[in-house]
Design a protein around this ligand. Structure first.
Ligand SMILES: C[S@@+](CC[C@H](N)C(=O)[O-])C[C@H]1O[C@@H](n2cnc3c(N)ncnc32)[C@H](O)[C@@H]1O
Length: 323
């Protein structure tokens, strides 16, 4: 694959099959993290920028389009999702992607990996991102397969589908509506990507995102609280840690990795999909060394949609020591 910028220009004059062939090469270059992947992703980001109307910086519902374009540069995140989309067993005749963003990249990857697919509905809440996604889908030759729908997926009836894919997670299940979206599709979709998470917690005295991120990548000082089924979660996550560290003024953070069945969608050591997220500031501040609790319980609301019934359920974790 040569220079993507010039390829994209050539593509505008190409027929459907050439466009789809280009999409195939493009998606496999991301999935395999080939040497030219950075240039390819940057090319796509620039392409999306080129499709944006002039007033794109204006605030819009949902995730800002500009930030979603930056996310396209997270090649391991994209590769993890794209490879997992390719691993779906059996025939995938139709699919839904919720939160397709301005490049509809996971919907396009689904079309590429499942050539017998008849229809993909790609839902996006941000109207500007939805407009961009439509332009990219056309350019990649999948206008006849991928239907970009603008709207809040939580307000739309979930349609029966072979596969529902969503990347709407942020930090420790806080912030974005991923849990609510998975729950929304739990009956309508035969397969959910993701269907569960591995939740981790840790106590840290730093607020530096860089340091936390480094700790996350090395998995050091994080306690794996276990697997949490996203379809069975109420509106709170609760857990307990046994504290074996006496320093005061630590903060409790959580982070999650996404799973489908036994597969970790994005390998933990490569990239952490969500987090770390600060749950409660200074959970231990104000406590003298002798007052430290032997165990620390925490509970925080994750991001369910307000439309869902607010039932509280508890996820029980075994108490574990913090390094
Ligand atoms: C983290 S971005 C991921 C974009 C793209 N799938 C990717 O992998 O690069 C999540 C997207 O979901 C959209 N979104 C969030 N909540 C949504 C909802 N309830 N319905 C539809 N789209 C939603 C946001 O506007 C944003 O574009």
């Amino acid at each position: 694959m040569g220079s993507l910028v010039s390829d994209f220009k050539v593509l505008q004059k190409a027929g459907t099959s050439e466009r789809q062939e280009f999409a195939r090469r493009y998606v496999s270059s991301i999935a395999g993290i080939s040497p030219e992947v950075d240039a390819n992703i940057a090319g796509l980001a620039n392409l999306v920028l080129g499709t944006l109307p002039e007033d794109y910086s204006v605030r819009n519902t949902g995730f800002p389009t500009k930030r979603a374009i930056e996310l396209l540069r997270e090649k391991r995140r994209l590769a993890g999702y794209i490879n997992q989309i390719g691993k779906q067993e059996g025939v995938v005749r139709n699919a839904v992607e919720v939160g397709t963003g301005p490049a509809a990249i996971l919907a396009i990857a689904t079309a590429v990996h499942h050539p017998r697919i008849e229809k993909i509905t790609a839902i996006e809440i941000n109207s500007r991102s939805a407009d961009c996604a439509r332009a990219v889908v056309e350019l990649f030759g999948f206008g006849g397969v991928i239907d970009v729908v603008e709207g809040n997926a939580l307000l739309l009836d979930p349609v029966e589908t072979d596969l529902m894919v969503t990347e709407t997670f942020d930090k420790g299940l806080v912030g974005e509506p991923g849990v609510a979206i998975v729950q929304h599709y739990r009956e309508a979709a035969k397969r959910l990507l993701p269907d569960s998470v591995n939740l981790h917690a840790g106590l840290f005295s730093t607020d530096s995102y860089r340091q936390l991120d480094r700790a996350a990548r090395g998995r050091s000082n994080w306690v794996n609280l276990g697997r949490v089924d996203l379809t069975g979660l109420g509106d709170h996550v609760e857990g307990a840690l046994t504290v074996s560290d006496s320093s005061p003024s630590k903060n409790l953070y959580t982070l999650t990795t996404l799973l489908q069945g036994q597969d970790e969608v994005i390998p933990f050591y490569d990239d952490v999909i969500t987090g770390p997220a600060l749950i409660k500031r200074n959970v231990l501040s104000g406590l003298g060394q002798n007052d430290l609790p032997a165990s620390l319980s925490f509970s925080y609301p994750h991001s369910t949609g307000a439309e869902l019934t607010r039932t509280v359920s508890t996820v029980d974790f075994s108490p574990v020591a913090v390094a």
